[in-house]
Design a protein around this ligand. Sequence first.
Ligand code: ATP
Length: 312
Amino acid sequence: MIRTENLCKRYGSFAAVDDLNLHVQPGEIYGFLGPNGAGKTTTLMMILGIIRPTSGRVEVLGQPYDGSSFALRRRMGVVAEDAWQYDEMTAYEYLAFFARLNRVEQPGPAIQSLLERTELWERRQVLVGGFSRGMRQKLNLCRALLHDPELLILDEPVSGLDPNGIRQVRELLLEENRRGRTILISSHILSEIEQTAHRVGIIAGGRLLVEDSVAGLAGRLGEGQRIEVEFQQPIADLRSQLEALPFVLEVEGRTPNRWLVTTAMGEDQRPELARFLAGQGVLVIGMRLLERSLEEAFITITDAAVRTWAEE
Ligand code: ATP
């Protein structure tokens, strides 16, 4: 669906994007992540043909793309960082205007459905100039979906949204994906990407560090498990004994009576841990296995890259 080959963007001697090979497959939600200044927006702008690459190639929907083909552009829906120039239109007029531009036949039902799904229908007659940042963000997404595109390219689509708005957008995107739409989404909200994306690409310093499924990324963090244990009373004196157990790697106190135990082995060590604690006469009131999070993977992978570059 999207393929970049050795894509580069240089500003003088600075490489904002450096030899990037990105593959977004048909039907997937692809989360594009990276720290501030990593090169995400520059990459998306090159994919859309808004910024010209210094070198390399972009293919969209199976064809080379530089932004000039209206036929290809019409098959995409885009949310980019927007300079708004439509403040004098109502939300409804705004969508109707873009529906005409994109030659949407009978736009009325599509506009109504999108405004309802984003809870903006009641505000359809309000001028866009009076919209909050979050409302504009949702309206932007409605505009991107209006012409029923096959491919969605979304730069930070949930930035500025409240929890309700984030949920509406998540549901909208999952629904569009179930209908077969491919989605490339960049975001700093990792919990969102974790809940929606099939695969993730992490970029830093303009280079792609990793491309994998969310579970695959978490798997890269190691085999052990993290078990959160809650005791009835604080048990500070047990720490060194816990650390001495053969399957325990690390013990971290989260609160005096809630600890995080990292184990060295893949299998579930909760029964062993419970046996040991019971033997010590400790009353355990809760024990829960923590999933490795995308946030943890993101920080580990980007930190490792930064350390490597500092040593180079
Ligand atoms: P953020 O998450 O903060 O939005 P990003 O990953 O989208 O960041 P980009 O906006 O793509 O990052 O910027 C990548 C790098 O390229 C940054 O160091 C930025 O300062 C630099 N850059 C972007 N545009 C230009 C430009 N026109 N001239 C010079 N440098 C630029």
